[in-house]
Design a protein around this ligand. Structure first.
Ligand code: ZN
Ligand code: ZN
Length: 335
């Protein structure tokens, strides 16, 4: 198999090309694999390409972009096979329906991790690890300062902050990604706070897909009348992916604003009351453990701190590693 990076990841075998999570539209490929529907993984998606993804990813795609017409749905561990490749999706633990892809030719195997979360959350189960010759690994939090606390601790801190904020007569407001983090926060509120959860329309659309897929979430779209009443009465939690339409709300005396992301380990953005290190990505130590479990001969890192993580993998685990952006074209058998 040939691994090619030209702004997007391409794998070639016997004149057949697959692109994975395309980031630019110029890549010619026979098949496109989509691991999940976060924008940075679908921005080069061409509606005419033949696409493989989970049903959930396809449903979420429909809420954000023109979905591919030529689409094949795969379930976890369901084998897809053609004359050049065998492709099997595994759980990546990141968001609803998110996949890693295990890609095999007759002689070698590649695991493309995509974005992984290695711990259980209220809405996802941990990423699976499996042995592969080559591992293509995300490196969002690929530095040792990114060491996440236990998730239960973060959940407790969030709930305690909500209770305190409400007791001060304010609305707890979370700014969160519309896919993944928002649904985890809704579930957290549903399970531990008896209070309505208001969300913006983007979050509502995606949360409906979660509901239809068996992850039950109770929420109210902020455009419903009931939501407006609850916001006036300050009897709710608000989760929003954007501040654009919420200006009226944001007089400081009415709300307290929280940020929930792994980046909270490093900084609290201006104008936020607090920040919680709630992440849908593996931290540095979990990434290293993941590499060990996959026992690859070679690792390519991508996204975030790709260089730092590649160095750490070589140094600590004695496995060849480099950022994927450094290659233009390689035959994996070279390694
Ligand atoms: Zn993602
Ligand atoms: Zn990503």
């Amino acid at each position: 198999m040939k691994l090619i990076w030209d702004g997007s990841l391409i794998i070639e075998n016997k004149n057949r090309r697959i692109s994975i999570d395309p980031q630019s539209r110029c890549n010619r490929s026979d098949l496109t694999l989509i691991s999940h529907a976060h924008i940075d993984h679908i921005q080069g998606l061409n509606c005419e390409s033949c696409v493989l993804s989970s049903r959930e990813t396809h449903e979420i795609l429909k809420t954000r972009t023109r979905p591919p017409v030529n689409y094949t749905q795969l379930s976890l561990r369901q084998l897809y096979e053609d004359e050049s490749f065998k492709i099997t999706p595994y759980n990546s633990g990141h968001v609803l329906g998110s996949f890693q892809f295990f890609i095999e030719s007759k002689t070698e195997s590649i695991l493309y991790s995509s974005d992984i979360n290695c711990v259980k959350s209220l809405t996802t189960t941990p990423a699976e690890s499996l042995e592969a010759d080559t591992l293509i690994l995300e490196s969002t939090y690929g530095r040792p300062e990114f060491s996440l606390p236990p998730r239960e601790e973060v959940y407790t801190d969030i709930i305690e902050w909500c209770v305190k904020t409400i007791s001060e007569g304010k609305i707890p407001v979370f700014k969160a990604y519309s896919l993944g983090k928002s649904q985890e926060l809704i579930k957290l509120m549903n399970n531990y706070l008896q209070i309505p959860v208001i969300v913006d329309s983007n979050i509502a659309l995606i949360s409906e897909v979660y509901n239809k897929s068996g992850v039950k979430l109770n929420f109210i779209n902020q455009h419903q009348e009931e939501a407006q009443r609850l916001l006036k009465e300050k009897a709710c939690v608000l989760i929003t992916s954007s501040f654009k339409n919420n200006r009226l709300l944001f007089e400081k005396k009415h709300f307290a604003l929280a940020f929930a992301s792994g980046w909270a380990l490093k900084f609290k953005p201006k104008n936020f009351s607090t920040a919680f290190p709630l992440s849908s990505h593996a931290d540095y130590y979990q990434l290293l453990n993941f590499v060990e479990a996959c026992a690859p001969k070679k690792v390519y890192t991508c996204h975030g701190f790709a260089e730092d993580l590649a160095k750490a993998i070589e140094l600590k685990l004695n496995v060849k590693a480099q950022p994927i952006s450094e290659i233009t074209q390689k035959t994996l058998l070279d390694f």
